[in-house]
Design a protein around this ligand. Structure first.
Ligand SMILES: CC(C)(COP(=O)(O)OP(=O)(O)OC[C@H]1O[C@@H](n2cnc3c(N)ncnc32)[C@H](O)[C@@H]1OP(=O)(O)O)[C@@H](O)C(=O)NCCC(=O)NCCS
Length: 410
């Protein structure tokens, strides 16, 4: 089998092979997904071909920036468009493509990659671990009252209910650059968030609100009239209002947008499609049980390619020291590292000291952004803790300033 980059000449072969792997024809509309393939970077697309030159598999990567705890922005390869023709599955085509791709990412100097998994069992073996989680929150309109009246709050603590800003209702086509600018400000401060390169917006490649799918956009502006949040939504069957994204640069803007969508007349329920696990919205409702959480799922999977570089890149909230024994069976690698954190920065060097924790690189990917507690993975039998207190220390150390969340679809 040969694995090689796609050229401009055979991008259509790539797209056709991928569509066949997903059981679709190219002309099949992908609901709300826009022209997703127009955002592909040709030199980052891989084709797997049989010995007689027939294309049987595809994989690609986008060049994103990922926000780490401590508001650090790092390059991240967004692995996508992975597919193998049904006639050639379970013969190692994906494994060969993943190995090829990881080697290539390292050659580019990238030290981590991320992806969204169509099925959970696929990517753990190649070193990816689920690192951010998301859920849907459904609030019946008749239970949508907030615990605090709108004007509550003081100048010192304005986040709960006060809002000196305003909400304007626009159609998707009227938004100009507002959504792109607000999203960019939001993602720089949100651990786990990915950049949305300008060309995605320009090409309208992706799911709403990037795509031109008809949507209402509630834009929130601060007291100075500067946009600082938006909610993209549509009203569909049974008068259900579905919010694709609520993007806000602070809690006050989020709350104002939530109040706006929950206050719609003639709506039976409001579905927030992407709510992070620790989001305060349920606590803001007068009836705590009003918000029903469903579709709780993994979103971003993380794969570390250079453990010391990855651990020194992120910010840390407290001081501490841990010895991590990290196994990478997919790439046949192993390393033992002393992680020392002082004043928010980490040092990570090879060591032969006794380990505190032994873990697979996929588990390190899961805990890396602070969205999965190491102690949960110890209790699950994934991570081995070699001394009492090691897991508790790891929990405290890996925590992020807020729970990581990603809602970009790619
Ligand atoms: C997922 C997919 C790419 C796997 O390709 P493949 O070439 O069959 O994978 P491989 O033969 O390299 O499999 C490697 C291992 O992963 C396992 N595996 C692969 N896909 C799996 C799946 N969907 N569920 C469970 N295990 C899976 C294989 O059984 C194999 O295990 P083994 O090493 O113990 O034998 C392919 O099934 C496909 O195209 N599916 C439809 C499209 C899709 O879901 N793409 C992923 C988008 S995120």
């Amino acid at each position: 089998m040969e694995i090689r980059p796609t050229t401009d000449q055979d991008l259509d072969v790539f797209v056709d092979t991928l569509h066949a792997a997903f059981g679709r024809f190219p002309e099949t509309p992908i609901e709300g997904g826009g022209l997703w393939w127009s955002a592909l970077e040709t030199d980052r697309c891989l084709l797997a071909l049989t010995a007689d030159g027939r294309p049987v598999g595809t994989a690609a990567a986008h060049s994103f920036e990922l926000t780490l705890p401590g508001e650090t922005l790092v390059p991240a390869a967004g692995v996508t468009a992975v597919g193998v023709l049904p006639s050639h599955r379970r013969q190692g085509v994906l494994s060969a493509m993943m190995r090829h791709q990881l080697t290539e990412l390292r050659a580019r100097g990238e030290f981590l990659s991320v992806l969204l998994a169509s099925e959970a069992p696929i990517y753990g073996r190649s070193g990816y671990g689920p690192a951010t989680y998301t859920a849907r929150l459904t609030v019946p309109r008749h239970q949508a009252a907030f615990a605090f009246p709108r004007a509550r709050g003081t100048a010192d603590a304005p986040a709960t209910g006060s809002d000196s800003g305003s909400v304007e209702l626009l159609r998707r086509a009227e938004c100009g650059e507002i959504l792109e600018e607000v999203y960019d400000r939001y993602r720089r401060a949100q651990p786990g968030a990915l950049s949305r390169p300008h060309r995605w917006w320009a090409l309208r490649a992706g799911q709403p609100p990037i795509s031109p799918a008809p949507r209402y956009i509630a834009v929130h502006r601060d007291a100075d009239g500067v946009p600082d949040g938006y909610a993209s939504y549509s009203i569909g069957e049974a008068n259900t209002l579905t919010v694709d994204e609520t993007i806000a640069t602070d809690d006050a803007a989020y709350t104002a947008l939530a109040r706006f969508v929950l206050g719609h007349d003639l709506v039976t329920q409001v579905v927030f499609k992407h709510v992070s696990p620790e989001h305060p919205l349920r606590w803001q409702l007068a009836d705590f049980r009003a918000g029903e959480v469903s579709g709780d799922t993994d979103w971003l999977w993380v794969r570390l390619l250079d453990v010391p570089r990855a651990l020194t890149a992120r910010g840390w909230l407290m001081d501490g020291e841990l010895v991590l024994d990290v196994d990478d069976p997919f790439l046949g690698e192993h390393g033992r590292y002393l992680l020392t954190v002082r004043d928010g920065k980490a040092d990570c060097v090879p060591t032969d000291r006794e380990p505190d924790l032994s873990l697979d690189v996929s588990d390190l990917g899961s805990v890396y952004l602070g969205g999965t507690a190491p102690s949960t993975l110890v209790r699950a039998g994934h991570i081995r803790a070699h001394r009492p207190g090691a897991a508790t220390l790891a929990d405290a150390l890996f925590r992020a300033e807020r729970s990581p969340h990603c809602l970009h679809w790619f």
